[in-house]
Design a protein around this ligand. Sequence first.
Ligand code: IMP
Ligand code: MG
Length: 188
Amino acid sequence: MKTLLSEMAIAERVAQLGRTIADVYRGRPLTVLGVLNGSVVLVADLIRAIDTPHQIGFIRASSYRGETTVPGQLTIGTDLMPAIEGRDVLLVDDIFDTGRTMVRLLDELNGRNPASVCTAVLLWKQGRSEVGIIPDYHGFQIPDTFVVGYGLDYNDDYRHLPWIAVLNPDDLDEVGAKSSGRNGNAGR
Ligand code: IMP
Ligand code: MG
Protein backbone atom coordinates (compact mmCIF):
# COMPACT_ATOMS: atom_id res chain seq x y z
CA MET A 1 0.00 0.00 0.00
CA LYS A 2 1.39 3.37 -0.95
CA THR A 3 1.31 6.16 1.63
CA LEU A 4 -0.39 9.25 0.25
CA LEU A 5 -0.30 11.44 3.38
CA SER A 6 2.09 10.81 6.26
CA GLU A 7 1.22 10.99 9.92
CA MET A 8 3.26 14.16 10.23
CA ALA A 9 1.66 15.87 7.23
CA ILE A 10 -1.79 15.09 8.62
CA ALA A 11 -0.87 16.27 12.12
CA GLU A 12 0.46 19.59 10.81
CA ARG A 13 -2.58 20.23 8.64
CA VAL A 14 -5.09 19.27 11.34
CA ALA A 15 -3.33 21.61 13.78
CA GLN A 16 -3.64 24.46 11.23
CA LEU A 17 -7.30 23.70 10.64
CA GLY A 18 -7.92 23.68 14.39
CA ARG A 19 -6.35 27.14 14.76
CA THR A 20 -8.39 28.53 11.87
CA ILE A 21 -11.61 27.05 13.22
CA ALA A 22 -10.90 28.31 16.75
CA ASP A 23 -10.42 31.85 15.42
CA VAL A 24 -13.71 31.70 13.52
CA TYR A 25 -15.78 30.26 16.36
CA ARG A 26 -14.25 31.95 19.41
CA GLY A 27 -17.04 33.18 21.69
CA ARG A 28 -19.71 31.25 19.79
CA PRO A 29 -21.66 28.15 20.94
CA LEU A 30 -19.80 25.63 18.79
CA THR A 31 -20.75 21.97 18.45
CA VAL A 32 -18.30 19.80 16.52
CA LEU A 33 -20.47 17.07 15.06
CA GLY A 34 -18.58 14.06 13.70
CA VAL A 35 -19.99 11.67 11.12
CA LEU A 36 -19.54 8.08 12.32
CA ASN A 37 -17.59 5.98 11.70
CA GLY A 38 -15.12 7.64 9.37
CA SER A 39 -14.56 10.88 11.28
CA VAL A 40 -13.58 9.46 14.68
CA VAL A 41 -9.83 9.83 14.26
CA LEU A 42 -10.09 13.30 12.74
CA VAL A 43 -12.53 14.50 15.41
CA ALA A 44 -10.26 13.25 18.20
CA ASP A 45 -7.29 15.16 16.78
CA LEU A 46 -9.17 18.22 15.56
CA ILE A 47 -10.97 19.04 18.81
CA ARG A 48 -7.63 19.07 20.64
CA ALA A 49 -6.45 21.71 18.16
CA ILE A 50 -9.52 23.94 18.63
CA ASP A 51 -8.59 25.98 21.68
CA THR A 52 -11.95 27.58 22.31
CA PRO A 53 -14.68 25.91 24.40
CA HIS A 54 -16.95 23.65 22.37
CA GLN A 55 -19.16 20.62 22.65
CA ILE A 56 -18.88 17.50 20.57
CA GLY A 57 -21.41 15.02 19.26
CA PHE A 58 -21.87 12.41 16.57
CA ILE A 59 -24.30 11.53 13.82
CA ARG A 60 -24.24 8.25 11.96
CA ALA A 61 -24.24 7.81 8.18
CA SER A 62 -23.91 4.42 6.59
CA SER A 63 -24.40 2.91 3.20
CA TYR A 64 -24.21 -0.49 1.64
CA ARG A 65 -21.10 0.10 -0.36
CA GLY A 66 -17.92 -1.63 0.59
CA GLU A 67 -15.90 -2.25 -2.48
CA THR A 68 -16.36 0.77 -4.67
CA THR A 69 -17.13 4.42 -4.32
CA VAL A 70 -20.47 3.99 -6.06
CA PRO A 71 -23.05 5.52 -3.73
CA GLY A 72 -25.58 3.14 -2.24
CA GLN A 73 -28.59 3.66 -0.04
CA LEU A 74 -27.67 6.15 2.68
CA THR A 75 -29.01 5.68 6.20
CA ILE A 76 -28.72 8.47 8.75
CA GLY A 77 -28.81 7.73 12.47
CA THR A 78 -29.50 10.58 14.87
CA ASP A 79 -29.82 8.57 18.10
CA LEU A 80 -26.41 9.73 19.37
CA MET A 81 -26.86 13.32 18.29
CA PRO A 82 -27.04 16.16 20.86
CA ALA A 83 -29.51 19.05 20.56
CA ILE A 84 -28.13 21.66 18.15
CA GLU A 85 -30.86 24.28 18.21
CA GLY A 86 -29.28 27.73 18.40
CA ARG A 87 -25.77 26.31 18.16
CA ASP A 88 -23.06 26.82 15.56
CA VAL A 89 -22.45 23.38 14.13
CA LEU A 90 -19.28 22.20 12.43
CA LEU A 91 -20.09 18.96 10.63
CA VAL A 92 -16.90 16.89 10.33
CA ASP A 93 -16.42 13.95 7.97
CA ASP A 94 -13.44 12.01 6.73
CA ILE A 95 -13.86 12.70 3.01
CA PHE A 96 -15.94 14.67 0.55
CA ASP A 97 -16.36 12.41 -2.46
CA THR A 98 -19.59 12.82 -4.43
CA GLY A 99 -20.82 15.14 -1.68
CA ARG A 100 -24.15 13.33 -1.43
CA THR A 101 -23.59 12.33 2.19
CA MET A 102 -22.90 15.94 3.19
CA VAL A 103 -25.98 17.22 1.39
CA ARG A 104 -28.21 14.68 3.12
CA LEU A 105 -26.68 15.43 6.50
CA LEU A 106 -27.02 19.19 6.00
CA ASP A 107 -30.72 18.74 5.22
CA GLU A 108 -31.10 16.75 8.41
CA LEU A 109 -29.28 19.33 10.54
CA ASN A 110 -30.91 22.41 9.04
CA GLY A 111 -34.30 21.04 10.06
CA ARG A 112 -33.23 21.39 13.70
CA ASN A 113 -32.74 25.17 13.76
CA PRO A 114 -29.01 25.48 14.40
CA ALA A 115 -27.57 29.03 14.42
CA SER A 116 -25.27 27.95 11.57
CA VAL A 117 -23.84 24.85 9.94
CA CYS A 118 -20.43 24.59 8.26
CA THR A 119 -18.60 21.53 7.02
CA ALA A 120 -15.03 20.29 7.49
CA VAL A 121 -13.41 17.25 5.91
CA LEU A 122 -9.89 15.90 5.96
CA LEU A 123 -9.94 14.92 2.29
CA TRP A 124 -11.66 16.34 -0.75
CA LYS A 125 -11.59 14.11 -3.81
CA GLN A 126 -11.03 16.02 -7.00
CA GLY A 127 -13.50 15.79 -9.86
CA ARG A 128 -16.05 13.58 -8.12
CA SER A 129 -18.60 16.06 -6.81
CA GLU A 130 -22.22 15.50 -7.82
CA VAL A 131 -23.65 18.31 -5.71
CA GLY A 132 -23.71 22.10 -5.63
CA ILE A 133 -21.84 22.57 -2.35
CA ILE A 134 -18.18 22.42 -1.39
CA PRO A 135 -16.70 21.83 2.08
CA ASP A 136 -16.08 25.00 4.09
CA TYR A 137 -12.83 23.60 5.48
CA HIS A 138 -10.70 20.81 4.07
CA GLY A 139 -7.34 19.31 4.89
CA PHE A 140 -6.13 18.07 1.51
CA GLN A 141 -7.39 17.75 -2.03
CA ILE A 142 -6.58 14.27 -3.34
CA PRO A 143 -6.82 12.58 -6.74
CA ASP A 144 -9.73 10.28 -7.57
CA THR A 145 -8.34 7.13 -5.99
CA PHE A 146 -9.54 4.87 -3.17
CA VAL A 147 -7.81 5.65 0.11
CA VAL A 148 -7.83 4.12 3.59
CA GLY A 149 -6.50 4.95 7.03
CA TYR A 150 -6.96 7.72 9.60
CA GLY A 151 -10.62 6.66 9.94
CA LEU A 152 -11.26 5.77 6.30
CA ASP A 153 -12.12 2.14 5.67
CA TYR A 154 -12.29 -0.54 3.07
CA ASN A 155 -15.01 -3.00 4.14
CA ASP A 156 -14.60 -1.61 7.66
CA ASP A 157 -10.89 -2.48 7.78
CA TYR A 158 -7.86 -0.16 7.85
CA ARG A 159 -9.46 2.68 9.83
CA HIS A 160 -6.68 2.29 12.39
CA LEU A 161 -3.79 3.22 10.07
CA PRO A 162 -2.19 6.43 11.38
CA TRP A 163 -1.65 7.68 7.80
CA ILE A 164 -3.63 7.80 4.54
CA ALA A 165 -2.75 5.08 2.04
CA VAL A 166 -3.87 4.31 -1.48
CA LEU A 167 -5.46 0.88 -1.73
CA ASN A 168 -4.50 -0.66 -5.08
CA PRO A 169 -6.28 -3.56 -6.81
CA ASP A 170 -3.79 -6.15 -5.45
CA ASP A 171 -4.49 -5.01 -1.90
CA LEU A 172 -8.22 -5.33 -2.63
CA ASP A 173 -7.80 -8.97 -3.72
CA GLU A 174 -5.90 -9.72 -0.53
CA VAL A 175 -8.53 -8.17 1.72
CA GLY A 176 -11.31 -9.83 -0.27
CA ALA A 177 -9.70 -13.24 0.26
CA LYS A 178 -9.25 -12.62 4.00
CA SER A 179 -12.76 -11.37 4.52
CA SER A 180 -14.61 -13.92 2.37
CA GLY A 181 -17.60 -15.20 4.27
CA ARG A 182 -18.32 -11.77 5.69
CA ASN A 183 -20.80 -9.48 4.06
CA GLY A 184 -19.22 -6.50 2.39
CA ASN A 185 -21.10 -3.66 4.00
CA ALA A 186 -19.11 -0.68 5.08
CA GLY A 187 -20.04 1.91 7.69
CA ARG A 188 -19.01 5.33 6.48
P1 IMP B 1 -19.95 10.90 -0.65
O1 IMP B 1 -21.38 10.88 -0.22
O2 IMP B 1 -19.78 10.31 -2.02
O3 IMP B 1 -19.27 12.22 -0.53
O4 IMP B 1 -19.23 9.85 0.26
C1 IMP B 1 -18.62 10.16 1.41
C2 IMP B 1 -18.36 8.88 2.18
O5 IMP B 1 -17.91 7.81 1.31
C3 IMP B 1 -17.28 9.12 3.16
O6 IMP B 1 -17.80 9.42 4.42
C4 IMP B 1 -16.50 7.83 3.15
O7 IMP B 1 -16.90 7.02 4.21
C5 IMP B 1 -16.81 7.14 1.85
N1 IMP B 1 -15.68 7.22 0.91
C6 IMP B 1 -15.59 7.96 -0.22
N2 IMP B 1 -14.39 7.81 -0.81
C7 IMP B 1 -13.69 6.97 -0.04
C8 IMP B 1 -12.35 6.42 -0.12
O8 IMP B 1 -11.54 6.70 -1.03
N3 IMP B 1 -12.01 5.57 0.88
C9 IMP B 1 -12.85 5.24 1.89
N4 IMP B 1 -14.09 5.73 2.01
C10 IMP B 1 -14.51 6.58 1.05
MG1 MG C 1 -16.40 4.99 5.10
